[in-house]
Design a protein around this ligand. Structure first.
Ligand code: ADP
Length: 311
């Protein structure tokens, strides 16, 4: 179980730290343009190894170390410069990804790409294009973290264990994401039924507020502490465990649609079965017409962004 991590910034290292604490892999190689940073991070983690109960091999390495990796996780990226448009930034990050994916492929890597760099749905699609890999072996963190936030908030609202809440955030990891509440269950009872039978205690308008809270969570965290990283690092770790454990777990990752939900080619956050081979299958939910429209609108937004960049 070997993970090669490209991009040892805050997100990458939160992932690395979670991998170590949960003993998810046997070997972890850290790769960054800033080699000194990768070396320092490897030293820091190695010094904590004795307290972790794991004997993970951790080192700073090169792209050739990806040859026998099972997963290459990409958290590399550049930040928006003052005055730079979103599109300019996207184009610059496309070039960053070219400088990462090309040497990974040259190494002979034959595993799974896990992408976390934002805008994650677009960067995952770019990784698929640059790598030429089958779509199932390229996935992004998508709405996995948004879904965890949603379950936490719904658990809180209904005063129930979040593990008994089954609901998904779907679509773009960003402004056009949405919650198909027709598909949300508390244990096996539809949440919409719980609301309608509650004599006004639980309200649909509160569910809309919860969706909004999930959608704006990243903005709030960035406002308070400049960046978000622990949550996404743990979401990456959960996906990694589903892969190594061959779990067939259903997680909302960014995966390529191929006719499901009436969309094709785009990578977008949808519930998928994840196992040792990557995305085994997209789970097609029976969305209401208005929910399907929201998903299709989200896919169109992603397609338009992708069409504007040169890959
Ligand atoms: P985040 O908060 O998303 O983790 P950071 O800026 O902390 O953002 O981390 C991004 C990391 O990506 C940095 O360590 C940076 O050196 C790395 N990086 C940027 N460009 C490249 C590149 N072309 N190849 C490899 N790593 C890169």
């Amino acid at each position: 179980r070997k993970v090669a991590l490209v991009g040892t910034g805050m997100v990458g290292m939160s992932y690395a730290y979670a991998l170590l604490n949960q003993a998810v892999c046997d070997e972890l190689v850290l790769i960054d343009l800033d080699k000194k940073r990768a070396m320092g991070e490897a030293m820091d983690l190695n010094h904590g190894l004795a307290f972790s109960g794991s004997n993970m091999k951790i080192y700073a390495g090169e792209y050739r170390d990806c040859a026998d990796a099972d997963i290459v996780a990409i958290c590399a990226g550049v930040a928006q410069k003052p005055g730079e448009t979103r599109l300019d930034l996207l184009q610059r990050n496309t070039e960053v990804f070219r400088s990462v994916v090309d040497p990974v492929i040259e190494s002979g890597f034959g595993g799974i790409f896990l992408v976390a760099t934002n805008p994650v749905d677009i960067m995952t699609r770019i990784t698929h294009k640059l790598s030429g890999f089958p779509a199932g072996r390229v996935l992004g963190t998508g709405t996995a973290l948004d879904t965890a936030r949603l379950r936490y908030l719904l658990g809180d609202y209904f005063e129930a264990d979040a593990r008994n809440v089954h609901a998904y955030v779907m679509g773009e990891h960003g402004d056009t994401e949405f919650v198909p509440y027709s598909q949300a269950m508390l244990a096996t009872k539809p949440i919409l039924d719980i609301c309608s039978e509650s004599s006004g205690r639980y309200k649909l308008s509160d569910l809309d507020d919860i969706t909004e809270e999930v959608r704006t969570a990243a903005y709030k965290i960035i406002d308070a502490k400049r960046a978000t990283y622990y949550g996404i690092g743990m979401a990456m770790t959960r996906i990694t465990k589903a892969i190594f454990g061959n779990e067939n777990s259903v997680l909302t990752v960014s995966a390529r649609l191929n006719g499901q939900y009436g969309a094709s080619d785009v990578f977008v956050g949808v519930p998928c079965f994840i196992n040792r081979g990557g995305v085994k299958k997209v789970l097609t939910l029976n969305l209401l017409p208005e929910e399907l429209e929201k998903l299709q609108a989200s896919c169109q937004t992603l397609q338009q962004s992708y069409d504007q960049i040169k890959v």
